[in-house]
Write a protein that binds this ligand. Structure first.
Ligand code: FAD
Length: 426
């Protein structure tokens, strides 16, 4: 008997995870990925699961919401998590990865399955066959228009920005020091560029006057708070920076003195030749990025290997359309996953792909859906996406506020969540 086939559209974080989960359950998967035939404005390669901006998957602690989500995924044999753990590089208590090794691992694992068929075409239609749409925030226009024809589905958007990456060998090491905040993790994980009050004030004055790129539609200022451009944050006041990305607490200098402000650099690749400027996502023009970055002590001669840019992100009114299993209520052969359906972040996107695939399996094998409940982070995110108020629906990161059992300590809630996940097995 031939194997049941599922189409997966988009080989990003969500689509790659969904493909793995279905392939290992014996399905044949046709994976549509339009790159490299057609690129998005942010992706730069043809790799699966490309990380378009930061190389961090955030905290690994289970008392942190995204840390718990990652642990749930590990308990469910997540491909994205095993590839991330395999390619991790030092980043204190966070999980950061070498982005190339990470994507390579995802691709190699998927390509080992003979029942994977990859098609590098742009999909512009809605299929009548079982399909998981995971085309992400940079979904091509033609497909985004096709989504709008589905009952109850409309496309919304917000903006978010990418931080610049600089070359390690262009940093002046006599002015910077290595330390992670409060010495969590290995103290050599971050490079810190300290500023005096005078240096900060001068930097701040120049930053708020710096030129930004024009972006059609950005006038409505729909920026995702978690990825707000640095210069937009600065315009809210100097303290927004001093209590935000430039906060000095826990980053005393080697002589024990506390700097007035700090710019942190995080290793971006395993070779350690590239560093990300933490929290400096920006849509300044490129010459202005260079001018502002080179005002930072230690970065006077910084070579920028990738400039920051800003993009329009598409997402859908999922609460009008999906049930709590990422499945269309009216067209049950269709599932939606990833940032497109209203989760936000690499890990959250991959987690939704995993959950959608498990439920696609249930659907195709005529079993009742798998309900992880709101006691798990994975279940709670799916509840949010399907049950939020559609009038002001906005993409959401994992957070403990979504989870049931708020009277319990976080450790207890995390333990309970993992017990539920384990009772399903993998
Ligand atoms: C500019 C930017 C910066 C971001 N920075 C971060 C960050 O630093 N940290 C973080 O946690 N999250 C970040 N995000 C948010 C989000 O986590 C990522 O976008 C994540 O990659 C979403 O995963 P996904 O699987 O939903 O989509 P993606 O990973 O984008 O995958 C979607 C795939 O679908 C393909 N595709 C699109 N349309 C079609 C079509 N019509 N036919 C076939 N294929 C198609 C695309 O080429 C892509 O490979 C950022 C998003 C953007 C846009």
């Amino acid at each position: 008997m031939s194997k049941k086939r599922v189409n997966i559209i988009g080989a990003g974080l969500a689509g790659s995870e969904a493909a793995y989960q279905l392939l290992k359950r014996g399905y044949s998967v046709r994976l549509y990925e339009m790159r490299p035939q057609k690129m998005t404005p942010a992706h730069v390669s043809s790799s699966f699961a490309e990380l378009v901006c930061s190389n961090s998957m955030r905290s690994n602690s289970i008392t942190n919401a995204v840390g718990l989500l990652k642990e749930e995924m590990r308990h469910l044999d997540s491909l994205i998590m095993s590839a991330a753990d395999h390619s991790s590089i030092p980043a204190g208590s966070a999980l950061a990865v070498d982005r190339e090794t990470f994507s390579q691992r995802v691709m190699e694992t998927l390509q080992q399955f003979p029942d994977l068929e990859v098609t590098n075409d742009e999909v512009t239609d809605i299929f009548d066959e079982p399909s998981i749409y995971a085309t992400g925030p940079l979904t091509s226009d033609a497909l985004a228009d096709a989504y709008s024809t589905l009952p109850g589905l409309a496309k919304l958007h917000f903006f978010d920005a990418i931080a610049p990456i600089i070359a390690y060998d262009s940093i002046d090491h006599s002015k910077v020091y290595r330390k992670s905040r409060y010495d969590k993790g290995d103290s050599s994980d971050y490079i810190n560029c300290p500023m005096t009050k005078e240096e900060f004030n001068k930097f701040y004055r120049e930053l708020i006057g710096a030129k930004t790129t024009e972006l059609r539609g950005f006038e409505d200022q729909k920026v995702f708070e978690g990825c707000m451009p640095f210069e937009v944050m600065a315009k809210r006041g100097a303290k927004t920076l001093l209590f935000g990305p430039m906060k000095p607490v826990g980053l005393e200098m080697p002589d024990g003195k506390k700097p007035y402000a700090v710019v942190q650099l995080r290793q971006d690749n395993a070779a350690g030749s590239l560093y990300n400027i933490v929290g400096f996502q920006t849509h300044l023009t490129w010459p202005e990025q260079k001018r502002i970055i080179q005002m930072i002590p230690g970065l006077e001669n910084a070579r920028i290997e990738r400039y920051g840019v800003m993009h329009r992100n598409t997402y859908l009114t999922s609460p009008n359309f999906l049930n709590k299993f990422y499945q269309s209520v009216q067209l049950p052969h269709l599932f939606f996953a990833g940032q497109l359906c209203g989760v936000e972040g690499y890990v959250e996107s991959a987690a939704s792909g995993l959950y959608a695939a498990l439920n696609m399996d249930r659907f195709l094998s005529n079993q009742p859906p798998l309900d992880f409940t709101k006691e798990t982070m994975m279940g709670a995110m799916a509840h949010y996406v399907s049950g939020a108020n559609p009038q002001n629906f906005q993409p959401m990161n994992a957070n403990y506020g979504l989870l049931d059992n708020s009277q319990l300590e976080k450790e207890e809630r995390a333990k309970r969540s993992l017990e539920i996940i384990d009772s399903y097995g993998n």
